[in-house]
Ligand binder design. Sequence first.
Ligand code: F6R
Length: 242
Amino acid sequence: MEVVIVPDAMAGGELIAEAVAALLRGKPDALLGVATGSTPLPVYQALAAQVRAGSVDASRARICQLDEYVGLPAGHPESYRSVVLREVVEPLGLGADSFMGPDGTAEDVPAACAAYDSALREAGGVDLQLLGIGTDGHIGFNEPCSSLASRTRIKTLTRQTREDNARFFERPEEVPHHVITQGIGTILEARHLVLLATGAGKADAVARAVEGPLTALVPASALQLHPHATVVVDEAAAAQLA
Ligand code: F6R
C-alpha cells in the first residue's frame, strides 16, 4: 500500500484527478468506480477542469457507483444516482447511459445486488475505484464486522454513519437505514484502489486502516490485501500515522 500525504483536500483532489486522467489517456473507455459523500468532490471538480481545459478526453469513460440508498426514489436529490449524475457524469460531459449503479428501488433487493455484481464483471471490471472512508473505518457502506469476502448486498447503516450523513438531509430521520453496497470482496477486484481521506475527523480511521491489523472491525484495513492500493491523505487526516 502506498500512502501519499498532501497539504490539503484540494491537492489530494488534483493528484487523484491526474491519476484518473493518466488512466483515461491510456484507456479511454476505462471503468471508473466513484464514491459519493463530501471527500471526493475535489477530485471530480479537478477532473472536470481538466476536461474543460482539453488536457484529457473523458468522453468514452464509463462510471459505476459504489453504493446506493435503499428506498430513496432514483430522482431524489440525495439518491447516489442523482449525486453521481450531478457531481460526476454531467460535469464530465457524459450521458446517463455511461454510468451504472445498484437499483435501490428494486423489489427484489438480493437479485438487484447479484445483477450489479454481474454487470461489473461483464463490463470488464473496475479499472480505478475511488474510495472515501467512514469515521468508523467503513469503505463503501461495509460497516465494521463486514466480511472481507463480501459481495454486493444490502447493509444496515450504523447510528454513527446515519449521524455523519444527516447533513445531506433536511431532517436526521430522513437518512435511510439501508443501503446496497459493493462488498469488500467486490471492491478488492478493482485493478487500482485509491482512497482519499481529508480532515482531522478521519485521522483515527486512517491510522487504524493503514497501520493497524487487518481486521473486519476496520473494513478499510482490507486495502492491505490489495496489490495496488493508494491512500491519499491530507495532513490533518495523517495526524495519527506513526
Ligand atoms: C459513499 C461511500 C462512503 C463514504 C464515507 C465518507 O459512496 O462509499 O464510504 O466515502 O462515508 O463520506 P464523506 O466523504 O462524506 O466523509
